[in-house]
Each structure stands twice: as C-alpha cells, then as structure tokens.
Design a protein around this ligand. Structure first.
Ligand code: PBG
Length: 328
C-alpha cells in the first residue's frame, strides 16, 4: 500500500459523525453471534447465585427454561449447557447417565424451545470426585481409556436432542472418538464444536466455583495447553479438524486474541471465542467499584474478539449485551 500522507489524507474525515463511523465500521456485534452458558442442577425453582460471578446462577431445569426463554426472546440463538450432578464418582457416571442432569435439561429445552440451539459441554470434570477431566490412575490423568467415556457422554447428549456437542476435556483423539460414536449411533448430522485451543488458564477460577469442578489434586497442565504456545495451538486445531471438528473454539478469549486471529486466518472454519469466567468477573468487579463502564468495556471486548476473527461469541454477558445492542 502506498497511501498519500497528510494533508491529502486526513483519517479524521471518516470519524466526524456517528452515522459515518457506522458506515465505515469494519466489524460489528450482532445478537446472532451470541451463545449464553447455563449451569443446570437438580431441583425446582432453584436459582443459586455464585459469589465470584454476579449474574450467573446454578439453575434447576425449570429455571433453565425460564432463562433460556428470556435469552431467546432477546434474539440469542444458542445456549451452552453445563451440568452439576448430585453425586460424583471415579468414572463420571453422571456424565453419560440417560437421565443425567444435562440429558434431562436438554430434553426439556428442546421440548419447550425447539428453535433454540442447545450446545452441550462434553467433559467429565464436574462428574468426577477428583475433579479432573479424565480417568485417573496413580495420580496420572489417563488419555485413551477416557475417550470411550467422552464418546458415550456426547452420544447421550445427542440422544437427548443436543444440537451441537462441545468437548472441552483436551484429551488427545477425543474428537475422532466422539465422531465415530455419534456416527455409529445414528447422529451423523450432529456437529462437533471442539474446544480446540483450550489453555490451562487461571481465568477459569470463578467457573470452577459455579460448576463445582476444581481439581482435588494437581492442576490441568498435563492436558490443557501452555499459555506460552501459539504454534502448538494451530497444531491442536488442525488435528481436531482432521478428526472431524465442524466448529472450533479458542479459550480464553481476551488474552488470546492472537490465537483467534491465527486460527481463523489459517483454517477459515466457524470459530468461537469463549469469554471465560475470569474475564467476566474482572469486568463485573471493576464496574462494581465504579472504575470502568461495564457496558462499554463489555461491548468493546466482544468487538475485539470479532475483529480478531471470531464468528461466535460465548459470553456470560450475552443477555446484557443483547439488551445494550437493542438500545444503542
Ligand atoms: C470444563 C470446562 C471449564 C470451562 C469450560 N469447560 C473449566 C476448566 O477447564 O477447568 C471454563 C469456563 C469458564 O471459565 O468460563 N473442563
């Protein structure tokens, strides 16, 4: 590019009015890009707040339907469903139980709100007594024996009516195992959104309080990615695509915009960014102190994810953002 300089070129000319700025905006936010995470646990009329995440609740299935109805009415097309089981064990039985909390809730949601997309998080950590995302033996997280349980979990979600399954465990080969099982059980049309580049991140802190999934020993660094690595993230994504991922995700979002950008540029697949619990908590806490403007910081952060290349934005602020976009 060989552009003329000042005074011929005055970049400020295109910034003189809101209408002009909107006309030349390269990126935009639209409610059709939003996915709202929801946390299901058993009960009735249960709406249990979580200290570290203002505005986020553990909800009983009936309350999930209420929340999802409100989200859908705002134009939000999809929810991402997590489950908190009543009991945990060493083989995550609750994750693939036919009448598990996620399976029940999916059935209810698809009955009450058929046009709402239900994406299910496929992971074992919430269902394991030790809180890790795979089977454990002698303090080690086992890869290959875990794959069958993940595949079974994904198939049970699809059988309950899930529109998309989203594995977040970071075991090697899980996308292939899940694809094979889905195909075998008659769910060849169920897409997989893989948490393809998921980093071992301190930004997940508040989530583990909501999902009650804190590891009881060690950490997740032997399976989730090292924050230092960008090239490796591309290899992870490439592998998941080869194994059959239809959509890919980068997580966390704001501290990993370079990864979102590289993933979208390299592969061009529908790419999701997950603005995780710690990102949400930071904005909420600073806003509660009057230090930042919650609306503007939230919308600017989400727009930055779009600019980086994200097509889909998974955010706890989906409902607020949808309202703000309506009123702007
Ligand atoms: C489950 C899972 C986690 C998140 C999404 N799925 C937690 C983790 O990996 O420890 C984090 C989401 C968030 O922080 O908002 N494996």
């Amino acid at each position: 590019m060989n552009l003329p300089g000042f005074p011929v070129n005055r970049p400020r000319r295109l910034r003189t009015s809101p209408a002009l700025r909107r006309l030349v905006a390269e990126n935009s936010l639209n409610v059709s890009q939003f996915v709202l995470p929801l946390f299901a646990r058993s009960g009735k009329k249960l709406r249990r707040p979580v200290a570290a995440m203002p505005g986020v609740f553990q909800l009983s299935p009936d309350e999930i339907v209420r929340e999802a109805t409100a989200a859908h009415a705002l134009g939000i097309p999809a929810v991402l469903l997590f489950g908190i089981p009543d009991t945990k064990d060493a083989k995550a039985s609750g994750a693939y139980a036919r009448n598990g909390i996620v399976q029940q809730t999916v059935r209810l949601l698809k009955r009450e709100l058929p046009s709402l997309l239900v994406i299910t998080d496929v992971c074992l950590c919430e269902y394991m007594a030790h809180g890790h995302c795979g089977l454990v033996n002698g303090g080690k997280i086992l890869n290959d024996p875990t794959l069958a349980l993940l595949a079974r979990t994904a198939a049970s979600h699809a059988a309950a009516g899930a529109d998309i399954v989203a594995p977040s465990d970071m075991m090697d080969g899980r996308v292939r195992a899940i694809r094979a099982k889905l195909d075998l059980e008659g769910f060849a049309d169920t897409p997989i959104m893989s948490y393809a580049a998921k980093f071992a991140s301190a930004f997940y802190g508040p989530f583990r309080e909501v999902a009650e999934s804190t590891p009881q020993f060690g950490d997740r660094r032997s399976y989730q990615m090292d924050a230092a690595n960008g090239n490796e993230a591309l290899r992870e994504v490439a592998q998941d695509i080869q194994e059959g991922a239809d959509l890919v995700m980068v997580k966390p979002a704001l501290a990993y915009l370079d990864i979102i950008h590289r993933v979208k540029k390299e592969f061009g697949l529908p790419t999701a960014a997950y603005a995780v619990s710690g990102e949400h908590a930071m904005i909420k806490a600073a806003a509660a102190n009057g230090w930042i403007d919650e609306r503007n910081v939230t919308l600017e952060s989400l727009l930055a994810m779009r600019r980086a290349g994200a097509d889909i934005l998974i955010t706890y602020a989906a409902m607020d953002a949808a309202k703000w976009l309506k009123s702007s």
